[in-house]
Design a protein around this ligand. Structure first.
Ligand code: ADP
Ligand code: ZN
Length: 599
């Protein structure tokens, strides 16, 4: 294992293994099969890249994502590892060249698309050379029930049949038990050692705020916490994606859009821009994200409620893959609850599917309305528990909300729904409760009913929050007509009869939290450090451009941070910095020393 650690330091420039990396590497390097479940950003790649360098022969890496393969290979070239891709992006000529080099033992790693790997030609080819290992990335693609099912993945069991002596490692970031079982079964990994890491992402700060005006809330959030950072903003509809991107651009931010309705060309243009340039904000539907391994996404914002905790966790997990502080921020309001409930109601799906969808939405809503630690809730949803009472890095832990007994107010709201005939939305109901003499109130003579004006003592904002929570709790439900009209449910009865109390959360003071920038504090840098940071960044941008690679392939933010903090003055000190291995020291050391000395 000391050899593995040496490679980690010398080649990759990292001082220590993370989580279970060391155990996985030891097991695989000694010839054992393994299944590795690690969250996004957990460091799965090193688990096979280091054994690839330790073992004799070439490591064959199967991946379904062409763009991702290329990125990995580019990053490997940067640190001097001999690697190549073999997939449909190559011309026939190029593919033949790769094959020849493969036979001549010129690679440590070869990334292959599954359909290519399964051809008789390729299988015969690799039968002629020593193979270090097979790595099956995104192994959940074997699952027929998952979103990412790839039929070729099922046939990958052939690898074990043809090459029984070659160890295999399957990797995925999908957490659930069923998928895990399916991977083991379909890939014949019964004797494989299973490594399950915690799915916790402690560097991500979760924050869910009450939606008032989501756009300006978003802008305030970005300006306060993420000036100059790259981030992703998720919206539900294509239209909203385009409008939001345009609006952000008008506010002077570099925002681009991505959704399935755009032309292929425009989409990949915007995606490239996001990957390669710095400080780009990607506004997208959930069509965007799979296979995006940009490590320095500093925030993920949701302007609409996701359908499930699985989705939310996956989308927010795209923030902070480099382990540096990142934010997952969401604005959520009554409209979201109504919209999602209605979408399930109106969908053409069978009853069984609707039930599953409704259950998932319930779990998501209770995450939004929780008065206890968000992270603890999400992890327990995935069957994991955390030891401490709270995580200390979510809005609830940082700023615990007050809970109040709102039974009387909820009863008032419900009677108002009942007395107005269960055909109105929250807006009108609040007008009646607050005693507003609007045209509509007059038209329906709602100023004559007993609930008119009985809610005067609360502002509209509070009433909206009350309605949102009542609907989230299932005590009122929107009708299926699509006008947001609310009606009573089975569960309403007990509350109306006074048999059940309802506790709600008080509005949290969001502003207070937002001003504290999370974690590694750029704002706390003094002006000299700040200027050094800017110089390093612009040198990195320039170098990346010259090499035609994304900036993070040159150095991660974490490396630049450490450079600013430690300000190394000798080559030896420089080599101690995380992310600076022998090759990068050799290539960039002199430039860095120049900047650091001046700085
Ligand atoms: P995953 O595939 O699990 O999402 P990656 O393998 O892409 O994650 O790793 C995420 C990031 O963490 C990468 O940028 C990688 O360089 C970095 N990383 C991995 N292992 C270590 C380590 N031991 N020390 C420091 N950084 C690491
Ligand atoms: Zn918490």
């Amino acid at each position: 294992m000391s050899e593995a650690l040496n490679i980690l330091k010398e080649v990759f420039g990292y001082p220590a293994f993370r989580g279970q990396q060391a155990e996985v590497i030891a097991h695989l390097a000694s010839g054992g099969d393994c299944l590795v479940l690690m969250p996004t950003g957990g460091g799965k790649s090193l688990c096979y890249q280091i054994p690839a360098l330790l073992r004799n022969g070439v490591a064959i890496v199967v991946s379904p994502l062409i763009a991702l393969m290329q990125n990995q290979v580019t990053a490997l070239h940067e640190i001097g590892v001999r690697a190549a891709v073999l997939n449909s992006s190559l011309s026939q000529q190029e593919a033949i060249q790769v094959e020849q080099k493969l036979l001549a033992d010129e690679f440590d790693l070869l990334y292959v698309a599954p359909e290519r790997l399964l051809t008789a030609r390729f299988l015969n080819l690799i039968a002629r050379i020593p193979i270090a290992l097979f790595a099956i990335d995104e192994a959940h693609c074997v699952s027929q029930w998952g979103h990412d099912f790839r039929p070729e993945y099922i046939q990958l069991s052939i690898l074990h049949e043809r090459f029984p002596e070659v160890p295999r490692i399957a990797l995925t970031a999908t957490a659930d038990m069923d998928t895990r079982k399916e991977i083991i079964e379909r890939l014949g990994l019964n004797i494989a050692k299973v490594f399950v890491s915690s799915f916790d992402r402690p560097n991500i700060r979760y924050q869910i705020v009450d939606k008032t005006n989501s756009r300006s809330q978003l802008l305030t959030f970005i300006q306060a916490e993420h000036p100059g950072d790259a981030g992703i903003v998720y919206c539900l509809s294509r239209k909203k994606v385009e409008e939001t991107a345009l609006w952000l651009a008008k506010q002077g931010l570099s925002a681009v859009a991505y959704h399935a309705g755009m032309s292929m060309q425009q989409r990949s243009l915007n995606q490239e821009k996001f990957l390669r340039e710095e400080s780009i904000i990607m506004v997208a539907t959930i069509a965007f994200g799979m296979g995006i391994d940009k490590p320095d996404v500093r925030f993920v914002a949701h302007l609409d409620l996701p359908k499930s905790i699985e989705g939310y966790y996956q989308e927010t997990g795209r923030a902070g893959r480099d382990g540096q502080a990142a934010n997952a921020w969401m604005a959520y309001g009554l409209g979201d609850v109504i919209q999602q409930r209605r979408m399930i109601e109106e969908s053409e799906a069978q009853h069984r599917f609707k039930q599953v969808a409704a259950r998932k939405l319930e779990a998501m809503l209770s995450l939004c309305e929780t008065t206890t630690c968000r992270r603890t809730r999400m992890l327990s949803y995935f069957g994991e528990s955390i030891e401490t009472a709270g995580c200390g890095n979510c809005d609830i832990c940082l700023n615990p909300p007050q809970v109040w007994d709102a039974t009387v107010e909820v009863q008032k709201a419900m009677s108002c729904v009942y007395r107005t005939g269960q055909i109105f939305g929250a807006g009108h109901l609040i007008d009646v409760l607050r005693g507003n003499l609007t045209d509509r109130v007059k038209e329906w003579h709602h100023d004559k009913i007993s609930t008119f004006g009985i809610g005067k003592d609360f502002p509209e904002k509070t009433w909206r929050a009350i309605f949102r929570q009542i609907v989230a709790l299932g005590l009122l439900t929107p009708d299926s007509e699509g006008h947001g009209a609310l009606h009573l449910t089975e569960a309403s009865r007990a509350v109306l009869k006074g048999q059940q109390n309802v506790c709600l959360r008080q509005q949290t003071k969001i502003e207070q939290l937002s001003r504290k920038r999370s974690g590694d504090d750029l704002i706390s840098l003094d002006s000299a450090e700040r200027s050094l940071w800017e110089q390093l960044r612009s040198w990195r941008a320039k170098t990346a451009k010259e090499h035609g690679v994304p900036a993070y392939v040159i150095f991660h933010d974490a490396t630049l941070h450490e450079l600013v903090r430690l300000c190394p003055q000798t080559e030896d000190e420089l080599s101690q910095v995380t992310g600076i291995g022998a090759r990068k020291l050799d290539k960039y050391g002199t430039y860095l020393m120049e900047i650091l000395r001046d700085g």
